[in-house]
Ligand binder design. Structure first.
Ligand code: ATP
Ligand code: MG
Length: 416
């Protein structure tokens, strides 16, 4: 990609927001706010989010089937599950418009999660014990009228989530699957997302679904909104909401962001809409369900919170918008320009994702600042001064080196 064509360019002299992810993602041209809590993912940001979601998709495909449910649903589905009254952040939409005013007084919900939508779908298709267990997931936009949207893309009113739902003929089977989602599936997923070292499993309320705990995947992070009590004797983390003896000295208190959670729903939704399966003796019994979320846009924000310095983002290589940020300086000099273009095309030919700062008018300082802000893992510089060599620096390193083109190609393979 040519930097001269990139839409948009990083914001010059951008301001500081309430969190690192807001500051760097907005100023870097990754996202753009449409209104409070609602963002456009611009080309750079969409590349990153797509990579994050593809990692999650790969891991979830090992345990469930990928599909896509709609963002809009009829109000009736939420009446059936009695959640119309209980979910306070629900967005409701009227169907009335100029064309339909006369006949259409239907009301709709902008889905904030999807249990209420998927349970009737599952009921329509699978009801023999032979069909079970099965698990379905999708990655899709969610709407919540959050009273306080904040911290950039970490708490939005429109955001994206991976939600997986599993269906079972017994509680034991549900819990076996549930444990498997936690370990290895989620553990592996967060590790691949660069959050492995900083993410813990916390015990949280089971809501009205289960007397047991649910489990939250919490990344230790100052910009997060959750408080965890870490029992240093047992090394168990508890969400503040379930701590019975908060005065106890054994706890270390930490701030975190919930990046995912898993819920044993048991029979809450199946009973609400009478979703049963027929067992071997022909009896009808309620289906057991679990639900498993990961907030993909929040994950992107949290990754920035965990991987940045004063100058900007330091993306892990597997989710960076581009692996290489190539800066050409002194491009008015035809020989230098030719060298830079040659390297750009060589990298492209090798299938390496590269953002080439080909701007002739931009000054060196601006190009370096943009590279630091955007945060691609490898920075290469070609200028008059580099002669036959190429300046190599990783985003997370201080010192640059002059190395040969062959050495550049070798090293890139080791970063990939
Ligand atoms: P929270 O406690 O942060 O409000 P939640 O418990 O309501 O989240 P779920 O309904 O379980 O969250 O959603 C699953 C995942 O979606 C969460 O773990 C989180 O990563 C993400 N998520 C939830 N709400 C938002 C939001 N408003 N903006 C961005 N991501 C969100
Ligand atoms: Mg929560």
């Amino acid at each position: 990609m040519l930097f001269s064509k990139l839409f948009p360019k990083p914001i010059k002299g951008g301001k500081k927001y309430d969190s690192a992810n807001a500051t760097f993602l907005i100023n870097g041209g990754f996202v753009d706010q449409v209104m409070t809590g609602v963002y456009t993912f611009l080309p750079l940001g969409w590349r990153v989010l797509t990579k994050i979601e593809n990692i999650i998709r790969e891991e979830m495909n090992l345990i469930g089937q990928d599909m896509l449910m709609p963002g809009l649903s009829p109000k009736k589905l939420w009446e059936d599950t009695k959640r119309l009254e209980t979910i306070d952040v629900l967005f409701q939409a009227s169907g009335a418009n100029k064309a339909s005013r006369a006949m259409n007084d239907a009301e709709y919900i902008l889905n904030c999660t999807q249990e209420d939508v998927i349970t009737p779908i599952a009921k329509r298709f699978f009801s023999s014990y032979k069909d079970f267990p099965f698990a379905l997931f999708h990655i899709q936009v969610k709407y919540r009228n959050e009273p306080r949207a904040k911290s950039g893309i970490m708490r939005g009113r429109e955001f994206r989530m991976k939600d997986l739902y599993s269906f079972h003929t017994s509680e034991a089977d549900l819990m076996e699957f549930y444990d498997n989602v936690a370990k290895p599936a989620y553990i592996k997923t967060f590790k691949r997302l660069g959050l492995g070292d900083s993410t813990v499993i916390a015990l949280a309320s089971g809501g009205d679904f289960t007397k047991n705990y649910s489990h939250e995947f919490q990344t230790l992070c100052d910009a997060g909104e959750d408080t965890l009590y870490h029992d240093t004797e047992t090394d168990i983390y508890y969400n503040k909401e379930v701590v019975k003896d908060p005065e106890s000295k054994k706890y270390e208190i930490v701030t975190s962001a919930e990046v995912g959670n898993i819920f044993p729903l048991n029979t809450k939704f199946s009973k609400a809409i009478d979703y049963t399966f027929t067992n071997e003796s022909g009896e009808k019994l309620p289906v057991y369900m679990g639900s498993y979320g990961i907030g993909t846009t929040r994950v992107m924000g949290v990754i920035v919170e965990k991987h940045h310095d004063e100058q900007g983002i330091i993306w892990p290589a597997n989710i960076a918008p581009y692996l290489v940020h190539l800066i050409g300086l002194d491009l008015q000099d035809p020989a230098v320009k030719e060298k830079a273009e040659k390297l750009y095309h060589k990298l492209l030919d090798e299938g390496i994702e590269v953002l080439y700062d080909d701007r002739e008018e931009a000054r060196a300082g601006e190009k370096f600042a943009n590279a630091d802000l955007i945060g691609n893992p490898i920075r290469l510089v070609i200028s008059k001064r580099t002669e036959e060599k190429i300046e190599w620096k990783k985003r997370n390193e201080k010192e640059s080196e002059l190395i040969s083109i062959d050495e550049v190609m070798n090293r890139i393979q080791s970063v990939k």
